[in-house]
Structure formats: C-alpha cells, structure tokens
Design a protein around this ligand. Sequence first.
Ligand code: ATP
Ligand code: MG
Ligand code: MG
Ligand code: MG
Length: 570
Amino acid sequence: MRWTQTLIPTLREAPAEAEIVSHQLLLRAGLVRKLAGGVYSFLPLGLRALRKVERIVREEMDRAGAIEVLLPALQPPEIWQQSGRYETARQVLYKVYDSARREWVLSPTAEEVITLLAAAEIQSYRQLPKNFYQISVKFRDEIRPRFGLMRAREFIMKDAYSFDVSDEAAQQSYQRMYDAYTRIFARCGLRTFPVEADTGVIGGTLSHEFMVPAETGENEVAYCEACGYAANVEKAVSGVKAESAPGGAATPGPEKFATPGVQTIEDLTRPPYNVPAARQIKTLVYLVESRPLIVLLRGDDQLNEAKLAARLGTTTFRPATAEEIFTLLGAHPGSLGAVSSTLPGAAPPVWADERLRGATDMTTGANEDGFHLRHVDVDRDLRVNEWADLRTVRAGEPCARCGKPLQIRRAIEVGHVFKLGTKYSEKLGSGFIDESGVRRPCVMGCYGIGVTRTLQAVIEQSHDADGIIWPVSVAPYEVCLTPLQMSPGSPVREVAERLYEALQREGIEVILDDREERPGVKFKDADLVGFPFRVNIGEKSLARGQVEIKRRAGGALEVVGVDEAAGRVA
Ligand code: ATP
Ligand code: MG
Ligand code: MG
Ligand code: MG
C-alpha cells in the first residue's frame, strides 16, 4: 500500500474527549473516528488491525473445534421474554420499531437465538457436542459509553455457545475454550490473566474472565501472590463470605435502618411521596462503616436486589422514605448519596465521591415535593471501584484460600467464559434424545471476546511517548518503507520502489510512505502509527549501498545492505 493512496489522518494533538492513552492513540494514529458517543468508524489502518485480531480469534476457535455461524443482530423481543432476560437485561437492550410499530431488539449477545436454533436442529446425542461461534456487531445501551472502543454502544464481539450431553462433557468444552482464549490473547501479544468471576445477568455456574492489567481498567481484581488465587472483587467478596474467613476477617455486615411509616414499596406511590407506580423505587438504606449508603432500585428489580444482597451480605430489604433519606443525609455529612433534592431548605446531598454524581445521573422519577429520585444500576453504577466503601475485600486481608494477604489491582475484561448448565436449554427447548431414548436438556456454555476492546487493550498495554508499538501479529502493516525524499528519478525513490516490490513478493505487509514530506514528519507518523519495522532509505547510507532498519519496539537501529533489507524484516 502507498501512503498517498490510503487514508491515515494522523493528529498531532489528542482530542480532549479522549481520557485514556489508548483512546488518544486510536484517534491520533488515524485508526478510528467517532460518529457519536460509543459509536465509531474504522478507517483503513484500524480495520486492518481489527481484521488481524479477528483472524487470530477465528483460527483458534476453528482449532478448538468450534464452527462459525452468523446470527441476526435484529431479534424479536419474544425470545428475550421466553428466556426471562427481557427484564433482567433491559438496561442494555436497544429496542427499535418497524413501520408497523412492532418492537425489535438489537442483539447485545445471542444465547436466545442460538439455543432456539439448536432446539430446532439438534435432536440426538449423536449430533453432540457442538460449539457454534460468530464474530459480529453487538449493541449495548451502556449508561456511560467511554474510553473509545473499550465501552462502546456498538462493538464487535466473538461469541461462542457450546452444547453438550452432560456436565462432564460441558466441562471439557469449557476447558477447550479457556485454553483457546489463553492462546488467542498470547498471539495478539497481550498479557492477560484469568480470574474467577461472577456469573451476573448471563447466569450459570462457573465463570472466568480474562483480564489485562491496566490502571485504566474498569474492573478490580483481588489476587494472591502466594497461592495464585485471582478473582474479580465482586466474586472474591462472596468467596470470602462463603468460606467465612478465619478470625472473622471479613468486615462486619452493614446494618439496616428501620423505616417508619412505609411498610411496602407501594407506600412510596402514595402521598407524600407520589413516586409514579410505573417507576416504583425501592429505597434501600444501609449503614456501611457507620455511614448511610442509599440505593434506589426499581421495585421489581429483583435481580439487582439479589446482587446487592450478595455484595452487602444481607438478604432482606425494606424500603425507606425520601424524608428519611434526607434526614440521614443531613445527620451524616459524608454520606454516600444517590438522591438529590430541589426542595428549598433541604440539605443538599453530600457525595462521598464526586464520581458518584456521574454514576447516578439517570433520573427516573420526581415527585411533587421536588425530590428527584435517582436510579442506581447495580451492574454498572455500583462498580466496586467507584463505591469503594462497598468493597468488602481489601488489599492486605487474608486470602480465603491460603490466608496470605490479598492484593488488589485494576484490569480490563477482554474475554469471559461461562458454564451455563441447562438454564437456557430448558427455557428455550434445546434438548436431545440420549442413548437410552430419554429426552434431556443440552448442557451449555457461552464464551465472549470483545474483539474491538481487545484491539484497544493491545494499544493500552503496548505504547510509548511516540505512539503505538504494535505486536507484529496485529500490526496494520509489518513494515513501513520511509524514503527520505521522493523526487522523481532519484536513487532513493528508485530503491524504495524496488524494496516495495521485493517485500510484497515475499508476502510481507508493507506500506510505502510516498509522501513528499520532511523526514521528521514521516518518522513521527510511522512511530505514532507504530509499524513494527521502519526502513529508512536516505542518500547518505545509500551511497554506501545501505539502508537503516529501525525496530519500533525497543528502538534498535540496524544498518544493512540494500539487498539484505527484505530478509531482515521478513
Ligand atoms: P463489562 O463488565 O466491561 O461491562 P460484560 O461483562 O458486560 O463487560 P460480557 O457480557 O461478558 O461483557 O461480554 C463479553 C465481552 O464483550 C467482554 O468480556 C468484553 O470484552 C466485551 N464487551 C462487553 N461490553 C462491551 C462494550 N460496551 N464495548 C466493548 N466491548 C464490550
Ligand atoms: Mg457490561
Ligand atoms: Mg464484566
Ligand atoms: Mg463479562
């Protein structure tokens, strides 16, 4: 490829909206452009890198025995109702309407579709095991899309779904995917580590996340250097609780407030609170380390309630009143707040952490008194790293497994494997006739990789002050040929053209910087985009029959004969 033929709009400065370095570099290197928050176009070089990640994913999925399919992104809501996720996943579901005002769902994931497909096409144990995968666009209505491709509204995911005859067989499928994930990330040049994870909205019995250690990650991981235990803090919390750590090391459970005047959630719908019935808010008040934590949940939001219960180590909630909340907030400066008020004279909510303000900006109801009740989403807003006071596992506590101190670090989740059991197959009718003629539900697993997020994670992990340092396996081009001048007929240009042909013949992915730009500009751009090798062709060295090869990683410079150059970068 010739630089002048393609489109590489590099930027000197990062746009202000890009908060983390990988997001800045994606934009500065001209790999992607934003259309809207969380929605990106891939430019030619970004697409080339993306296709390479996809190819690695595809090769390893095929190698692990998975078979590729392509499932619709446009899905009827009925199948989500059938699985029960129309409600539990509703926060992330994009809904669209056709001209007949019929509703459709844009796929955030595809358990429903694939399980129905298996229900229709698989009847006998002889057809099992099967593992179907696809690489496709997914849509999620993220409350806070940010960090470029990391948390997008529209992104590319590889999702795979295994169907087995038994738990043991499903365990083997799980292990095969786990091993494939390890290979995939290694081939992408990405250092990841697997951690035990919560099964969350997807449900199921066993789960691991593949994490990239990064300060900018949105997850927190507890790990033990002594025994190798590692878990997402959400999971680590319940781990400690379940095993009731020796010596009562877990922090004491939060205590509940009594709620005078309000016995049921319905009481909130009546004066003086008047929360609209359709938006019933369940108000939960806890003392966390003697400071009130106030959480508002929709009354019917049992899933989030259950999560909160697990997180806080308690199982029953009683609603509190808005009045009580403000009394509490007034009495406890420094409270963790999740409400705000426009009532004259009312104490303004005190935010324990300014970030909470942004995390709770989804107003779901305001009553006549002017109270604004704000909705907190346990999945997304109640992130342990933002609600530090909720964290019950802290650095230094005893590891539940070996008793040695735990460490906490931040990380980016790039992949996730789940053992699902029969949850979906029972609801959506995917079964098989076993050897003795008995019909049984398939035992399933599901496995996701954020392909676009992985691409950005590579940049987050591999860059320096000058730009991206692509691992060869996912670089947009392996070699950048940089002639220091392009005047027609000059020996420099002639040699550059000759090398360009030679490298292409060898099957090396090469870009020729044929711009009539100063060498400094070309060097800067090549380093910013991050091609693994840059071959500098200049008059002086050429007079000695030589060219320079600069390795982007480490910066080593080598002077070689023109004829050796192609062999050196192959
Ligand atoms: P997160 O915890 O970051 O919200 P998740 O646990 O909701 O992710 P999964 O349902 O496990 O995501 O989806 C599989 C993979 O898809 C994730 O491991 C991640 O790499 C990727 N992914 C999920 N949500 C997004 C998003 N909004 N933008 C980009 N990639 C995403
Ligand atoms: Mg999510
Ligand atoms: Mg997650
Ligand atoms: Mg996940």
